[in-house]
Ligand binder design. Structure first.
Ligand code: SF4
Length: 391
């Protein structure tokens, strides 16, 4: 087991977890987005006081003796709300939970709603990692996605972060945008790497039904990027970032110098997490909990001291499949010994023929009972996952 796995892996650190706080407000609706948010920020005061209530009400959710290694403010657009409110949330988490000595504290920001003053204040209140929603440096792509910034603002936001000493910067990129191309992706990656962010998350555009793009698709006005082009763009992504020394540590995530996202690795290592705010999800190893994704109802309920959620008890089959689905995508792979130990499931026995065929076709490798995707397998990660799922 390598050192980084030792530090991060849930097997060794079962008492580690993370907190996610969902801020459900955005300036405008991006055309691809189906996260929970509202463009009406009039109720931000009420909302923030309710999330603060939830922070105290959910204290017993995580397993006893849990230490929080990461606090993540996501959304929505947390950088839209008053900094004093963000400071209050962070202080409240520190007051009510056991936090590790040097927690990762991330805030998601959009390039158009940060400036030097805001970034300096973020640093003062303890934020040490920025996740910047760049998505593309191409103005046509940005318009197509209905982002509120342009290329120059995106570049400036990363530069500004550096100037104020917020060095741990992740940027989000989207590829496989209809009407875009491999060359545009290459240019995006060139610009991105020239700014040397410590971390890059790059997602292939998914067209969700409820979104503006989904509606265009349903009336035949949007042609999705086909499978072949999509695979080629993914290869461009992998090759370009690896050539620039970015480690491909999860299908959609790359980093410099082992600066893995603690927040994301917590999910992938199947550790518990607490999600606060409307639409946030939580996981305590045996069940998932989903807060209501409705601002008005969330506020009404919290005002009565009740967290509105529904809960799903996980079956052993669900737990096995979720572990396979998340772990196979990472550089740490799917540990079949862990499946046997924790869930009594002998994957290597049950899927013997499939695993053998995937090894012989160079899609995966098996080392010490751990299944790893090979380069070719990364292109077919979803299909491989489906085939490894318990029947
Ligand atoms: S800013 Fe983020 S959360 Fe808000 S609409 Fe755009 S993609 Fe969705």
């Amino acid at each position: 087991m390598n050192e980084s796995l030792n530090n991060l892996n849930g097997v060794k650190n079962t008492n580690i977890s993370t907190i996610y706080i969902h801020i459900p407000f955005c300036k405008q609706a991006c055309h691809y987005c189906d996260f929970h948010f509202s463009t009406n920020i009039a109720q931000q005061d009420l909302m923030l006081s309710c999330i603060n209530k939830e922070i105290t009400l959910r204290k017993a959710y995580l397993p006893e003796n849990t230490t929080i290694q990461s606090i993540y403010l996501g959304g929505g657009t947390p950088s839209l709300i008053k900094i004093e409110y963000i400071a209050l949330l962070i202080n409240n988490v520190f007051k009510n939970y056991k936090i590790t000595e040097q927690p990762e504290i991330t805030i998601e920001v959009n390039p158009d709603d940060i400036d030097e003053y805001k970034l300096k204040r973020f640093k003062q209140i303890g934020i040490n990692r920025l996740s910047i929603g760049v998505q593309s440096f191409n103005n046509n792509n940005l318009k197509y996605l209905n982002r509120a910034h342009d290329k120059q603002k995106a570049i400036k936001s990363v530069d500004l972060a550096r100037q104020v000493g917020l060095d741990n910067v992740s940027i989000d990129l989207i590829y496989c945008i209809p009407g875009s191309s491999k060359n545009i992706l290459l240019s995006d990656l060139d610009t991105a790497t020239s700014l040397s962010p410590t971390h890059i998350s790059a997602y292939s555009l998914t067209i969700e039904n409820r979104t503006f793009l989904g509606k265009l698709k349903s009336i035949g006005k949007l042609q999705e990027v086909d499978e072949e082009e999509s695979a080629q763009q993914f290869e461009v992504l992998m090759q370009t970032l690896e050539a620039k020394k970015y480690e491909h540590y999860e299908i959609s995530n790359f980093c410099l110098d082992k600066q893995y996202s603690k927040h994301n690795t917590n999910y992938w290592f199947n550790r518990p997490y607490l999600g606060l705010g409307p639409g946030a999800h939580s996981y305590n190893l045996t069940s998932r909990q989903y807060n209501i994704a409705n601002n008005k109802k969330y506020i009404e309920s919290l005002n009565k001291g009740i967290v509105p959620f529904y809960k799903e008890e996980l079956t052993n089959t669900q737990m096995i499949n979720e572990y396979i689905m998340t772990s196979i995508r990472t550089k740490w792979g799917t540990d079949t010994k862990k499946l046997l130990l924790n869930h009594g499931y002998n994957l290597l026995d049950k899927k013997k023929a499939i695993v053998a065929s995937m090894i012989s076709t160079d899609l995966i490798k098996l080392e010490d009972g751990i299944i790893f995707l090979k380069s070719k397998g990364k292109l077919l990660a979803d299909k491989i996952t489906q085939e490894l799922f318990i029947d």
